[in-house]
Design a protein. Structure first.
Length: 114
């Protein structure tokens, strides 16, 4: 019975545990998005090379495939840009707002910090 109680997270450890779980899920989601985009780039680049190596080369098909490759890499770059903006301290500032009924709370606002 004593060891079972010791294995349960203590009340002060639970919020930290939830934060770590959330961070793990977010990391998994980010990795999945980037992996999909990078796989798309690899597949399209390989296809493009195969089309150019054909006899005769399929230049129009290679051109279309290169365009798809650019779109995939743009998608990956956009995901990274959004992550940088999400975690950038200069992109957010914390303001104290007094609610109508007592107390105060902190609210993140967009913009640059001063």
């Amino acid at each position: 019975m004593r060891s079972a109680q010791n294995s349960l997270p203590q009340p002060q450890e639970r919020p930290k545990s939830r934060k770590l779980t959330t961070l793990g899920r977010m990391t998994e989601s980010i990795a999945k998005e980037l992996n999909e985009s990078l796989c798309c780039v690899i597949v399209n680049a390989s296809t493009c090379l195969r089309m150019l190596a054909a006899d005769p080369p399929n230049v129009e098909g290679a051109r279309q495939t290169a365009s798809r490759t650019i779109r995939c890499s743009d998608r990956a770059a956009e995901a990274v840009s959004q992550l940088c903006a999400l975690f950038s301290e200069t992109n957010k500032r914390i303001e104290t707002v007094a609610p109508s009924r007592g107390g105060s709370s902190k609210v993140a606002r967009g913009g640059t910090s001063s």
